[in-house]
Design a binder for this molecule. Structure first.
Ligand code: ASP
Length: 333
């Protein structure tokens, strides 16, 4: 009799353990890393950025709270930032050397490692939505340029004239760079123009699926069809339910060469270390020693947010089931 009771208790406990999720709902976002210093920022701009970050986090979290997928939460958060000229994605994207806008975006989900990306698009209004269409409705991972715009149109996404992405601030930034001599591809330019402003989000939903996405206008005055890390799976974006989800921002050439997003998740998986430790190793050791400026936001498989950068600041914030929305700009912890 006692044995039967014991067995029943063990069985009940096992069922409960399986049903209780060991993760919390969570979303973490960034709006770019760089030389973001309080002395260069007006109170008004600071408030506007914090408000937009808050709106983006809340839009994404609402999807999660309504039992939506982490993919849709990432899209909702990134759309808020793409539709704001405060960030270098969608409206407010930087100018290329030719004075146009070419946008990159990618998304990945961690339950089945499906991913989609677009590079060098000029007309799709929200590039992250095009990345999602590539992931869900094409056999491919990465589409580029006019073909990617055409695909987005065929999928019924909104398209716009290229000047829809114009903003005064980015135009002035580009003009200032144009007046410097022969800087179109110089390392110096890439190093000094540190107001990157790429946007990204990582979310985990009720099923424990992690999704990560990144969207950007790239780097100011970029030339010759330059593509950064943001649409490169494993560099700017990665998600694997076994380890973590990552969205990166920074000097893309370094993030590509160091396969940053994938490296961080791989270290978590292979070395069995925390996401925080792994991200610190990659961002503050590997990248820092070679001059690769930037940062990441990520979630581990339990929904614990991590935000690590080696620059003066990074627009960032998160909300989890156990904490209210919090946003940050400078390197305060
Ligand atoms: N990583 C982006 C790129 O290199 C720029 C950024 O993060 O702001 O295109």
């Amino acid at each position: 009799m006692k044995l039967k009771l014991l067995l029943t208790l063990i069985l009940t406990f096992n069922i409960m353990a399986k049903e209780l999720p060991n993760h919390q709902l969570a979303i973490v976002i960034h709006g770019g890393a760089g030389t973001i210093l309080k002395e260069n920022m007006s109170d008004e701009k600071e408030q506007a950025i914090k408000l937009k970050l808050t709106q983006a986090i809340n839009a994404g979290y609402k999807v999660l709270a309504n039992d939506g997928t982490s993919t849709d939460a990432v899209i909702a958060a990134i759309n808020v930032m793409e539709n704001s000229s405060l960030f270098n994605a969608g409206i407010g994207a930087v100018y290329t050397a030719e004075g146009k806008h070419e946008l990159d975006a990618s998304i990945m989900r961690g339950n089945d490692l499906q991913a989609g990306a677009v590079a060098g698009v000029s007309h799709v209004k929200n590039p992250i939505n095009a990345a999602k269409e590539v992931m869900l409705n094409s056999p491919h991972v990465l589409l580029s340029n006019l073909g990617a715009d055409e695909f987005a149109k065929q999928q019924g996404l909104d398209t716009v004239d290229n000047n829809y992405f114009d903003s005064e601030y980015r135009y002035k930034q580009w003009q200032a760079i144009q007046h410097k001599k022969d800087v179109s591809l110089s390392e110096d330019l890439l190093k000094t123009d540190h107001k990157f402003g790429t946007v990204g989000a990582v979310a985990i939903d009720k099923d424990g699926t992690i999704a990560a996405g990144t969207s950007t206008g790239g780097m100011t005055n970029k030339a010759f069809g330059r593509i950064g890390d943001s649409p490169i799976i494993g560099a700017g974006t990665y998600a694997d339910n076994r380890s973590c989800g990552i969205s990166a921002t920074g000097h893309g050439e370094y993030f590509i060469r160091y396969a940053v997003a994938h490296d961080i998740c791989a270290r978590v998986l292979y070395k069995n270390i925390s996401l925080k430790q792994s991200a610190n190793e990659v961002i503050n050791q590997e990248l820092k020693k070679v001059g690769g400026d930037g940062g990441i936001v990520g979630l581990d498989k339990n929904g614990k947010p991590v935000m690590i950068f080696n620059t003066a600041g990074m627009y960032r914030g998160f909300k989890t089931q156990s904490s209210e929305t919090e946003v940050f700009i400078y390197s305060e912890k």
